[in-house]
Design a protein around this ligand. Structure first.
Ligand code: 7TS
Length: 402
């Protein structure tokens, strides 16, 4: 994969006089030059508001925006491009579903199931509904290996369960959940399923029709595309049922002070001016990923993960959190009683960028009784040499802090 590394100029720099080793890819990935060029050429040649103008630029920008939607549809194999709703990101997508489904379908006493390994973005929007509407949140527990205890799922589902909202891949533990099986269990009880795909789409092939999920949410910036745009895929039947999330321009058919009617899909859920240039960037990022091949990326990242685990486990006192057999290239760890942020601060000075803290998954931290972890997360441009650098820096920090 070394040939792709040249596409990411940002990686070719020194921090504190040392080569940058960027291992915070679960937070955001870097952008290949083609994506940066796409943004630049959008603003240099095409910038215009879409769907409203009769003029050349507006029509061309509209065509390109809709082409980006079609590219996303193909990428996740949705049935129809109008089932792809552009949002600001995974957080926005989940909030959209919570607010909209909540207003349309949920009542006091209705239940929503999440898991213990969710990012706060897939917990708090549901808690809003619990507060506002008197809904009840239920939680699928994890075990000591950081694996979901899905045998507990059937007993959590009741006649009042209205939604199961669960992550595809844990941003802290790396666990890849068996979502196809989980969706099947939920659907057997007529429970729709929302998948938080923020950590999955850039690392494995996703096929929403094969999964049969009802909603699939993700951010572009974690898949080599610009910040500020994301996707909420929803099955047509749900999107038709749901009330719009935000009101404003574009999402209406007709407005009078007496009554407003809503636009058709997908525009019903896209009030206001969308992030048109970022959609161009997302399209190019998807082309870039597909050109390399999702399977090739998954295989390579899995090699990186195995190598990282092999090297890091030789450090005395290390504990890795999340040892699922199906795991994405994310390694969370602590060493003895050393505070994770102390390790992060020291290795930062050695050029290594990792994340420390609770990673917006405080329930996982509570489960393990820890304040946080050090998390290294890998992407297609990382190398084994960088893992060696990580190993050496972490071991040096350990010797300084022990
Ligand atoms: N869901 C998961 C599983 C995530 O990992 C994240 C972001 C989100 C939702 C929210 O995505 P956003 O783009 O809307 O912010 N995760 C992380 C992380 O692990 N470190 O920084 C952001």
């Amino acid at each position: 994969m070394m040939m792709y590394r040249d596409d990411f100029k940002i990686l070719d720099q020194k921090v504190y006089g040392r080569p940058l080793v960027y291992l915070d890819n679960a937070a955001t990935t870097q952008k290949p030059q083609v994506v940066i060029d796409a943004l630049r050429s959008y603003y240099e040649q095409l910038n215009s508001n879409i769907h409203r103008g009769v003029h050349y630029l507006s029509q061309k920008a509209t065509d390109e925006f809709e082409m980006a939607r079609e590219t996303v549809r193909r990428f996740i194999n949705a049935k129809n491009s109008y089932e792809i709703i552009f949002t600001r990101g995974a957080t926005d997508s989940i909030n959209l579903v919570a607010a909209s489904l909540g207003r349309t379908c949920l009542q006091a006493g209705d239940e929503i199931i999440v898991s213990e390994m969710e990012h706060h973005a897939n917990i708090v929007p549901w808690q809003f509904l619990c507060e506002e509407r008197g809904c009840i949140l239920k939680v699928i527990p994890i075990n000591e290996e950081g694996i979901l205890q899905i045998d507990k799922l059937p007993e959590l589902i009741s006649s009042r369960t209205r939604l199961l909202a669960i992550t595809h891949v844990s941003n802290t533990l790396g666990t890849i959940n068996p979502i196809k099986k989980i969706i099947e269990i939920a659907h057997n009880q007529n429970v729709p399923v929302l998948i938080d795909g923020a950590q999955a789409v850039a690392h494995c092939k996703v096929d929403v029709q094969d999964l049969d999920c009802d909603f699939y949410c993700f951010s572009a910036h974690k898949m080599y595309a610009p910040m500020g745009i994301g996707v909420m895929y929803g099955k047509e039947e749900w999107l038709n049922k749901m009330r719009p999330y935000q009101g404003g321009g574009e999402m209406i058919k007709q407005v009078t002070f007496a009554k407003t009617t809503y636009n058709e899909l997908p525009f019903k859920f896209e009030a206001g001016t969308p992030s048109v240039g970022d959609a161009m960037g997302l399209k190019v990022a998807i082309d870039y990923l597909e050109n390399i091949g999702m399977e090739k990326i998954a295989t390579y990242e899995s090699e990186l993960l195995n190598y990282a685990v092999e090297r890091l486990t030789t450090i005395p006192g290390i504990r890795i959190y999340g040892n699922a057999p199906q795991k994405s290239a994310i390694v969370s760890f602590n060493i003895g009683k050393i505070h994770p942020s102390d390790i992060g601060t020291i290795i930062d000075k050695l050029g290594i960028a990792v994340r420390t803290g609770h990673h917006c998954t405080q329930p996982i931290m509570d489960h393990f009784g820890i304040p946080g972890t050090v998390r290294a997360s890998f992407a297609l441009y990382n190398t084994k040499k960088e893992i060696d650098d990580l190993y050496e820096a972490v071991d040096r920090a350990r010797m300084m802090l022990e």
